[in-house]
Write a protein that binds this ligand. Structure first.
Ligand code: GDP
Ligand code: MG
Length: 689
C-alpha cells in the first residue's frame, strides 16, 4: 500500500517518517472493507508477517475515538505502522473499514478503525457498534483517543462511544446467568490517550474526571438482571497517558510518543500494558479463522458469545491440525503397509506404530493444546481413535502373516523332530507347539498399541487350530507308517508257521494255525498300542488303526492259506504225505518191496490215510468252533468286489469247495495209482533177478 502523503506540516520527526517509508507493501491489510466484507487474506498476511507460529506470544491492540482525532497518526508513531492519515491540505476522507498492521517493534497486531463522523450526524452507529464488538473480541488493550478538551463533556461523541464499548463488552463477556464472574482473560485494558494535552489541568484531575465519567456511564447502562451488581473494574482496567500538541510542540510530542511506546514494548515496566490477564487466548494460527467467524457473527447480528466462538474456533483448528497430522502419519505408515499387505512379517512393527502415533500426537499437542481445552481433549481422543483405526488393518495383517509363517515353521519343526532317533511324538509336538505359540505371542504383543482394544485371541485360536490340524495330519501319517511296519512284522511271524503247519496236515493243524494267528495278532495290537501312547491318539484313531491292522493280518492269513491250498501245493502235500507212508517204513527207511510183502494193503492204507487228510484243507476247522477268530471288518479302501469271500462269515473260513476236493481226489488217486504200479514193477523185477 502506498504510504500516506507526509502530513506532518513541519516534518518534525525524520526518524518516524523513515520508519513509515521502510515498511513493505505487505505492511497493512484492510480486513473489513467499506461494504463490510471480511478479507479472505488474513491468514496469509499473518503468515507473511511471521505471526502464525507465535502461539500466545503475540498481542492485539486497537483504537477507538471520534473521527480525525489523530488516531491513525498516533498508531503509526507508536507502532511504526502505515495506516492512512487524513490529508489535512485536502481534507480527504480515509478509506472506511477496519485495518490491521503488525507493529514494527514487537509481535503486536494493531487494528485501526476508520468510520465516519456518523455519530455527530446521527448516523452509522451501526458500523461503530460492529467494529467495537469485533475489536473487543480479540483486543487486549483498547486505546481510547480523545482531545483534552473533550474530557468532562458527557454529551460528547466519546461518551456515546464508550457506552457502546461497555454494552458490547457485557454482551461478549457477560456470561450466562449462572456465570456472572468474568474469567481472567475476559478483562480488557482501556488506555486513554489524551491528545493536545496543554498541561494547564493537572493530569491527576483529568484522570479522576475520566474515571468518574466511566463509572457514571457504567452505572447508566441497562444491564441484564444477572449482571446488575457487576462492576466496571471486573471487566476493565483503566490506564492513562497524555500527549502534547503535535503541531504546536512537535519535538515534545515525538519524545512523549517514544516514551509511550515503551509501555507497549518493555515488559520490565510496571505500566507495561500487555499483561497476561488481558490476552484473549486465541492461538496465533487461529486468529484468521477466529476473526472471520467473529465478523460473520457480528454481521448477522447473532449473539456473540465468545466462549462459544472459542469452542467453534477450537473445533475448526483442531480438525485442521488433526488433518495435517493424519496426512503425515499416513505417509509414514504407507511404507510399511505394503509389505504387510504382501504377506511379510515386519520386524519391529509395534515400535514403528508407536513412533508414528507419538510423533502425530506430539505435533497435535504442540499446535492444538492452546485451544479450548475441552475441545482439544475431545479432538485428541478422536485423533487417537482415527490413528488406531487406520493402524488396525496393519495389526490384523501382521497377525495373519505371523500365523502363516509360524505354521510353516511348525511343520518343518515337526518333521525335524521326527527324524531324531527315539523321538517321542507327543513331546515333539508339544515342543514345536510351545515354540510356535511363544513366537506368535511375542510377535502379537510387540504390535499391541496402548489404548486400543485390539486383541489377538481370535488369531491365536485360529493358530492353535491350524497347529492342531498340522500335528493331526502328521500323526495320521506316522500312525500309518507304524501300522505298515507292524503289518510287516506280523506277516513275518505268521506266514512261516502257517506254511509249516499246512505242509504237514494233521487234524490239529488248524488249532496250531489259529493259535499262531491269535498270538501274532495280539502281539501286533499290543505293539501298536504301546507306540500309539506317545502319539496321543484318540480312541477313535486307535480303533481305525487297529481295525486296519486286524483286517490286514486276516487278509495275510487268508492269502497264505489260499497259496497253501492251491491245486499244485495241495497235490504236492498229498504226494509227500502218501510217499512218506507208502515208500518209507515207520523208521523212515525207504522200502524195498519183496514178493512176500502185502503191497496191496500197504498201498491201500497209505492212500486212504492220505485221502483222509484232504478234507482238512476244505475249511478252517479247529477242534472247537470257539477257536474260530472273530472276523475283522475290511479297511474302508478294501475292494470287496475283487474278493467277496475274505470278510464274509459264510465263506471266510472255506478254502476249497466240494467240487475242487473231488477233482483233487481224482488227481491224487491217479498219481497214487501210478506209484503203486511202479512199486509193483520194481517188486517183479527184483523177483526176476
Ligand atoms: P483519525 O481520523 O483519528 O485517524 O485522525 P488522523 O490520524 O487521520 O488525523 C487527522 C488529522 O489530525 C490530520 O490532519 C493530522 O495531521 C491531525 N493530527 C494528528 N495528530 C494530531 C495531534 O496530536 N494534534 C492535532 N491537533 N492534530 C493532529
Ligand atoms: Mg484514521
Amino acid at each position: 500500500a502506498a504510504l500516506p502523503p507526509a502530513s506532518q506540516p513541519n516534518g518534525s520527526s525524520v526518524a518516524a517518517v523513515k520508519e513509515l517509508t521502510n515498511r513493505s507493501g505487505d505492511g497493512r491489510l484492510q480486513i473489513v472493507n467499506e461494504t463490510q466484507e471480511f478479507t479472505t487474506e488474513l491468514s496469509s498476511y499473518l503468515g507473511k508477517w511471521g505471526m502464525l507460529d507465535k502461539g500466545f506470544a503475540y498481542d492485539v491492540v486497537s483504537v477507538f475515538g471520534s473521527q480525525s482525532t489523530g488516531k491513525s497518526t498516533l498508531l503509526n508513531r507508536l507502532f511504526g505502522t502505515s495506516f492512512d492519515v487524513m490529508d489535512e491540505t485536502k481534507r480527504q476522507q480515509t478509506t472506511k473499514g477496519i485495518w490491521m498492521c503488525p507493529s514494527a517493534y514487537s509481535s503486536t497486531l494493531v487494528m485501526d478503525v476508520e468510520g465516519t463522523d456518523g455519530r455527530e450526524r446521527g448516523e452509522d452507529q451501526d458500523f461503530e457498534r460492529k467494529s467495537a464488538l469485533f475489536s473487543l473480541a480479540s483486543t487486549e488493550v483498547l486505546i481510547v483517543n480523545l482531545w483534552e478538551h473533550q474530557i468532562g463533556l458527557y454529551q460528547g461523541a466519546n461518551m456515546g462511544l464508550l457506552k457502546t464499548v461497555f454494552e458490547v463488552n457485557l454482551g461478549l463477556f457477560g456470561g450466562g446467568a449462572d456465570n456472572t464472574k468474568p474469567k481472567p482473560q475476559e478483562k480488557t485494558l482501556i488506555l486513554f490517550v489524551i491528545r493536545d494535552h496543554v498541561g494547564a489541568t493537572p493530569m491527576q484531575n483529568l484522570t479522576g474526571t475520566l474515571t468518574q465519567d466511566m463509572e457514571k456511564i457504567w452505572a447508566s447502562l441497562s444491564k441484564p438482571p444477572h449482571l446488575a451488581d457487576a462492576t466496571l473494574s471486573s471487566y476493565f482496567d483503566l490506564s492513562f497517558a497524555a500527549l502534547p500538541h503535535k503541531i504546536l510542540m512537535p519535538e515534545k510530542f515525538e519524545a512523549e510518543v517514544l516514551e509511550l511506546r515503551k509501555r507497549f514494548t518493555d515488559r520490565s515496566r510496571a505500566d507495561y500494558v500487555f499483561q497476561p490477564g488481558y490476552h484473549k487466548r486465541i492461538p496465533a494460527d487461529g486468529v484468521g479463522f477466529y476473526m472471520e467467524g467473529i465478523w460473520q457473527q457480528v454481521l448477522t447480528n447473532k449473539d456473540l458469545d465468545l466462549p462459544t466462538q472459542q469452542e467453534l474456533l477450537a473445533q475448526f483448528r483442531c480438525d485442521e491440525i488433526a488433518a495435517g497430522v493424519i496426512e503425515a502419519f499416513l505417509v509414514s505408515a504407507k511404507v510399511v503397509r505394503r509389505p504387510v499387505e504382501a504377506g511379510s512379517v515386519v520386524e519391529g512393527l509395534g515400535s514403528l506404530m508407536q513412533d508414528w502415533i507419538s510423533t502425530a500426537l506430539g505435533k497435535f499437542d504442540r499446535d492444538a493444546s492452546r485451544y479450548h481445552s475441552g475441545v482439544y481433549q475431545r479432538k485428541r481422543a478422536d485423533l487417537v481413535t482415527a490413528l488406531h483405526v487406520s493402524l488396525s488393518p496393519m495389526f490384523l495383517g501382521q497377525l495373519k502373516n505371523l500365523h502363516k509363517s509360524i505354521s510353516g515353521d511348525f511343520a518343518k519343526e515337526l518333521q525335524a523332530g521326527l527324524k531324531e532317533p527315539g523321538y517321542d511324538f507327543a513331546a515333539v509336538v508339544k515342543n514345536a507347539t510351545d515354540k510356535a505359540r511363544n513366537k506368535f505371542l511375542s510377535g502379537a504383543k510387540e504390535i499391541q498399541v496402548g489404548g486400543t482394544d485390539w486383541d489377538y485371541e481370535t488369531e491365536l485360536a485360529l493358530l492353535d487350530e491350524g497347529l492342531r490340524q498340522i500335528a493331526d495330519k502328521c500323526r495320521a501319517d506316522e500312525t500309518k507308517k507304524m501300522v505298515n511296519a507292524i503289518e510287516r512284522t506280523v506277516k513275518r511271524q505268521l506266514l512261516e508257521p502257517v506254511e509249516i503247519a499246512l505242509s504237514k496236515p494233521t487234524p490239529g493243524m488248524w488249532d496250531t494255525v489259529l493259535s499262531t494267528y491269535a498270538k501274532v495278532s495280539s502281539h501286533g495290537e499290543e505293539s501298536y498300542l504301546a507306540k500309539a501312547k506317545s502319539y496321543n491318539c484318540t480312541p477313535e484313531e486307535n480303533e481305525v488303526a487297529l481295525g486296519a491292522l486286524r483286517a490286514r493280518t486276516w487278509l495275510a492269513l487268508r492269502r497264505k492259506l489260499a497259496e497253501q491250498t492251491s491245486d499244485a501245493t495241495v497235490l504236492a502235500t498229498l504226494r509227500d504225505t502218501f510217499e512218506e507212508r507208502f515208500r518209507y517204513d515207520e523208521t523212515g527207511v525207504p522200502r524195498v518191496w519183496k514178493p512176500e510183502d502185502d503191497l496191496e494193503s500197504a498201498f491201500k492204507k497209505a492212500k486212504e490215510e492220505t485221502l483222509a487228510l484232504l478234507p482238512l484243507f476244505a475249511t478252517i476247522s479247529p477242534s472247537e468252533d470257539s477257536l474260530l477268530p472273530d472276523l475283522p471288518s475290511p479297511e474302508p479302501s478294501f475292494d470287496t468286489d475283487a474278493d467277496p469271500t475274505s470278510f464274509d462269515p459264510s465263506t471266510a473260513f472255506t478254502l476249497l469247495p466240494a467240487t475242487k476236493l473231488l477233482q483233487l481226489e481224482t488227481r491224487f488217486k491217479r498219481e497214487a495209482d501210478a506209484a503203486y504200479v511202479e512199486a509193483k514193477r520194481s517188486m517183479v523185477s527184483s523177483v526176476a533177478q
